[in-house]
Design a protein around this ligand. Structure first.
Ligand SMILES: NC(=O)c1ccc[n+]([C@@H]2O[C@H](COP(=O)([O-])OP(=O)(O)OC[C@H]3O[C@@H](n4cnc5c(N)ncnc54)[C@H](OP(=O)(O)O)[C@@H]3O)[C@@H](O)[C@H]2O)c1
Length: 395
């Protein structure tokens, strides 16, 4: 297996798939919507495009040997135009619920019906990383409102899904296999919250939320009515019928599957209010390594950015900041970044960045230096004032 196309490469599973394939010596091509934010090492080939666009998928799949397919929508509509563009070897990230239909069952059926496809289906249980959805509430208080706290799930660590995906590409014998992948134990939602509490050293009180209220909360967040109803019904069913536990991860990888406690230890910082020093260091480390999406995770959703040499008005919100960064970076390739700092004072920190950059149109190399002064409140960057020593290109 020499080149594998990874879709959903920047996602929670996909990033580990990319890392695992690279570690196994496989060339990775990634279909990404926003290359500037991908943050992969330079040997990962990036193809910009939307997975719903058959032309983009055709470009991305040109001369690859295999594909990791992640379909990001809740409907299978349009996937029939994409599947013919994929190489014959496809590993599809499905779900434990595929057997009962839905988008996963539809896509599995389409792959089965495609005579040229040599498929493997990965059917994971709920991802441990879904617990990130509780992080805001746990950071800002001591209680968490949850439907069906006694619903029992065999949460899987996303790295285990990726480990299995990688070995199905690298080793023979996995074509036509369906792998049901779960964590090594089933925990009730209340036990999951208690596990997070132990990792952050606090008691978190679970307040039961009625099923109807949970459904309404999902609708308020934009979920389709059918999805909200089926999710709530599924959680209700798990009170008396816990999710199954399989041993497939251990059998395939040759090591025990990771536990939910393993996951919470790795992610404990996301559930506690970080100090200014921790935010500053995390932000600088992520920016220096080009991991822009991780850097953005330190920004409050309504963060204000004031950079008079970039735009006359202050920008508010991560979407506006990202759009501005993309506009400024249209012709810019960053060759190196040096940082000084972070320099801390109370709830502020400063960092000096010096970028060595190349204009991709003219080929001209230049250096730009700027100072960012950040304000941290409740563990998030709420304001960034940017002062350039050298005006940014594109301004
Ligand atoms: N969460 C669970 O408990 C669970 C359980 C079983 C199965 N699943 C399945 O697992 C998959 C989600 O995996 P995940 O959590 O790793 O994903 P994720 O973290 O939600 O990330 C989604 C990925 O898909 C990409 N993407 C989204 N829309 C796209 C588009 N229109 N065109 C191209 N790329 C697009 C995103 O790229 P950008 O960088 O462009 O945003 C990102 O890389 C879904 O298919 C879900 O049904 C989830």
């Amino acid at each position: 297996m020499t080149t594998v196309l990874v879709t959903g490469a920047t996602g929670r599973v996909g990033r580990h798939v990319v890392a695992g394939l690279r570690a196994a010596g496989v060339t990775v091509r990634a279909l990404v919507r926003t290359p500037d934010l991908a943050g992969f090492p330079p040997d990962v080939e990036l193809v910009q495009g939307d997975i719903h666009d058959a032309d983009a998928v055709r470009r991305a799949a040109a001369s690859v040997d295999a594909a990791f397919l992640l379909w990001p929508s809740y409907s299978a509509e349009g996937v029939e135009k994409i599947v013919p563009e994929l190489p014959s070897r496809v590993v599809y990230l499905s779900s434990l619920n595929a057997a009962s239909g839905g988008v996963w069952g539809d896509i599995e059926q389409l792959l089965r019906d495609s005579s040229d496809k040599a498929w493997t289906f990965l059917r994971p249980s709920g991802f441990a990383v879904n617990a990130q959805g509780w992080a805001d509430a746990i950071r800002s208080g001591d209680s968490l409102r949850l439907p069906y706290p006694e619903a029992s799930r065999s949460m899987i660590h996303e790295r285990d899904i990726a480990a299995v995906a990688v070995l199905t590409f690298v080793n023979p014998g996995h074509v036509g296999q369906i792998y049901e992948l779960t964590g090594p134990e089933a925990l009730t939602q209340a036990e999951q919250v208690a596990t997070i509490g132990r990792a952050v050293g606090r008691d978190i009180h679970v307040v039961p939320l009625a099923g109807d209220a949970a459904r309404q909360a999902m609708l308020d967040q934009g979920a389709a009515p059918a999805l909200a109803a089926s999710a709530v019904n599924y959680w209700a069913s798990l009170v008396d019928n816990p999710e199954p536990i399989t041993t497939t991860v251990a059998e395939l990888t040759g090591r025990p599957a990771l536990t939910f406690a393993d996951w919470t230890r790795e992610h404990a910082d996301e559930f506690r209010v970080l100090s200014t020093a921790e935010v500053a260091q995390g932000y600088v480390d992520a920016l220096s390594a080009g991991r822009l999406d991780e850097a953005f995770s330190f920004l409050a959703p309504d963060v204000v950015r004031a950079a008079p040499l970039e735009s006359a008005t202050e920008l508010k919100g991560t979407a506006a900041i990202l759009e501005n960064a993309q506009r400024l970076n249209t012709d810019v390739e960053y060759l190196a970044v040096e940082t000084l700092g972070p320099l801390l004072h109370a709830n502020h920190f400063a960092i000096r960045f010096t970028f060595t950059q190349r204009n991709t149109t003219t080929g001209t190399r230049s250096r730009a230096t700027k100072l960012s002064l950040c304000t941290v409140e409740s563990g998030q960057i709420t304001r960034e004032d940017v002062f350039y020593y050298t005006p940014p290109s594109g301004s």
